[in-house]
Design a protein around this ligand. Structure first.
Ligand code: PLP
Length: 384
């Protein structure tokens, strides 16, 4: 009789490809960031499925660590967290459309507001629902994305003082180039933000209790940008934004991505490999096939560029990455069906493939690598 696997006990049998999240590392990273920015607080940023790490699982974990605030990009991410029972305050960082306001209020989500018109919509909805809304004002100091321009912010701040059905809990801005070698533009943005905050001193009023501006790069490089809270994304997950950011905070990657060899073959000289026939060898080689592709977020741009780890050694991806499979050249080394293949991660004390490397190979930034690992790849969580 055949014992068919059940979904509950053998995810790995069903799909030999997994993303593993080391929650202990997330804990250590969170604490390392906290120590670095103290007395400022850390708001973990969980947008885009917590940078691929799993929105709900990561939020629950950070809530258990006592994170004071969580940040997401979109309303629906906030609602998902509330429906999963997460009770930590949540700031939705993105822009809002007026008819979304009641949903924010119904789920106790903090709104980002950057115009007098939006403040009016929030005030009206909060009054109608009999609740008190929480608002963070968004100031554009040089990103030209969302937010009221720093040079016309005064009217918004003024209007925010008059509202009675919401509380201005925070005011924030966002750096455009905090990971660039030259800090000049960041300094300019910081000066502009300080200029906006002077409004409160001029009125003899305390500023909103949560002033925040720093993303990962800025929190690592510019202590003057810590204010009351920092918004930590990439660094929380243990990845550095760019070479311009000194590796002064001891964080380690929390995510690894593994699969298993599903096929082994010997390929004859001048027999090209995969779609487009972009690669061939001039001598016989052993190739293995890995059941992962661009449909999982292993970018086609990694074709003929990336490397993976099998049996402790790094080997090159050859030929074009397909939707669900790619090939690896192990030359004349040994590998067997079922052997582990590390696409992203490390062998203890040995070889590693980092998010930064994958980003370089694919011609992109680390954020895009992490956030594109498709949800069809099962996530497993470990904690020591
Ligand atoms: C994504 C984002 C962050 C986090 O950026 P990292 O560089 O990943 O730390 C912070 N603030 C805002 C407004 C964001 O959109």
């Amino acid at each position: 009789m055949i014992n068919y696997p059940t979904i509950s006990n053998s995810v790995e049998v069903l799909r030999p490809t997994q993303v593993e999240i080391d929650l202990s590392r997330l804990t250590a990273n969170y604490h390392a960031l906290q120590r670095h920015v103290s007395p400022a607080a850390v708001m973990p940023i969980l947008k885009a499925n917590a940078y691929g790490h799993g929105l709900v699982e990561v939020a629950r974990h950070l809530q258990s660590l006592g994170a004071p605030y969580l940040g997401v990009a979109f309303l629906e991410e906030g609602i998902l967290l509330r429906e999963a029972g997460v009770t930590t305050p949540i700031l939705v960082l993105g822009g809002i459309i007026g008819n979304q306001v009641p949903l924010f209020l119904a789920h106790d989500l903090t709104l980002t507001a950057s115009s007098i018109e939006k403040l009016g919509q929030i005030e009206a909805a909060a009054r109608a629902m009999g609740v008190r809304a929480k608002v963070h004002l968004k100031i554009d100091t040089g990103m030209e994305r969302i937010g009221v321009h720093y040079y016309s912010a005064e009217a918004l701040l003024e209007a925010s003082l008059a509202c009675t059905h919401f509380e201005v809990e925070g005011i924030f801005s966002h750096f455009a180039n905090a990971d660039a070698a030259d800090p000049a533009y960041s300094q300019l943005q910081l000066d502009r933000f300080h200029g906006v905050l002077e409004f409160y001193a001029r009125r003899g009023l305390p500023p909103p209790p949560l002033r925040h501006m720093a993303n990962s790069a800025a929190l690592a490089r510019f202590p003057a940008a810590h204010f009351d809270m920092v918004r930590a994304g990439l660094l929380l997950y243990g990845v550095y934004p760019s070479a311009a950011v000194p590796r002064a905070i001891p964080v380690r990657p929390a995510l690894s991505w593994k699969s298993r060899v599903v096929y082994f073959k010997v390929v004859q000289p001048h027999h090209p490999v995969s779609y487009g026939s972009t690669w061939q060898s001039d001598h016989p080689v052993r190739l293995v096939t890995v059941p992962v592709g661009y449909g999982d977020g292993y970018f086609r741009a990694l074709s003929n560029r990336a490397e993976v780890i099998i049996r402790g050694r790094r080997y090159p991806v050859v030929g074009n990455v397909c939707m669900d499979q790619f090939m690896v050249n192990i030359e004349w080394q040994t590998a067997y069906n079922g052997d582990e293949v590390i696409l992203l991660g490390e062998v203890e004390g040995g070889a590693a493939v980092t998010v930064e490397e994958l980003a370089d190979w694919a011609g992109t930034v680390p954020w895009e690598i992490l956030t594109n690992i498709n949800t069809r790849v099962p996530r497993v969580y470990r904690e020591e």
